[in-house]
Design a binder for this molecule. Structure first.
Ligand code: HEC
Length: 150
């Protein structure tokens, strides 16, 4: 009987461990946020085509709130990833500024910079997936841009 109790207890412990593990994938859903981002960028493009600065500004701001991609900074090529994240944020803030000024050229430029940051960050992720171990270690003195304003 005592043995059975121990066995049951051990199974319960193992099961709760497994359940905690099994729940993990549910929290890792970057694609949901990225799809939202894709939607926002499509709205921005529509706003650009019709010179609808309100729509541009609104969509850029909602994209700014999607900071979920941050968690990926723990990847091996974290340094490059953070750089792309900064480029993305800068382009996005620029987009809001230029939209508020109703400057269609400025908005177009910021939008193409934003698009480039999508492409470059995804390229980085694909490269890292291909060969995680081959990813370069960050340079020793790569602290320089740590002090850059957010
Ligand atoms: C700083 C990095 C970064 C930037 C910038 C970025 N993304 Fe992503 N994106 C990611 C990561 C990480 C994933 C998840 C990839 C994976 O599942 O391995 C992702 C995935 C996606 C997906 C989902 C793909 C799929 O398989 O369903 C879409 C769509 C997407 N991004 C759109 C965009 C758009 C549009 C932009 C620019 C407006 C953008 N992303 C900018 C990091 C980034």
């Amino acid at each position: 009987m005592k043995r059975l109790m121990i066995c049951v207890a051990a199974t319960a412990v193992a099961l709760s461990g497994w359940m905690a593990w099994a729940q993990k994938p549910a929290e890792a859903e970057p694609n949901f946020w990225m799809k939202k981002k894709l939607e926002s960028s499509q709205h921005i493009l529509a706003g650009l085509a019709t010179a609808d600065f309100d729509q541009i500004s609104k969509s850029a701001k909602s994209m700014n709130n999607l900071t979920q991609i941050e968690r990926w900074t723990r990847r091996t090529n974290a340094e490059e990833y953070r750089t792309q994240l900064r480029v993305f944020r800068f382009a996005n803030e620029d987009l809001v500024r230029e939209a508020d000024k109703k400057n269609i050229e400025g908005v177009s430029l910021a939008f193409s910079q934003l698009t480039l940051s999508c492409v470059n960050c995804h390229k980085l992720i694909r490269d890292a997936d291909k060969s995680d171990s081959a990813a370069k270690a960050p340079a020793k003195d790569a602290k320089v841009d740590e002090a850059a304003p957010k």
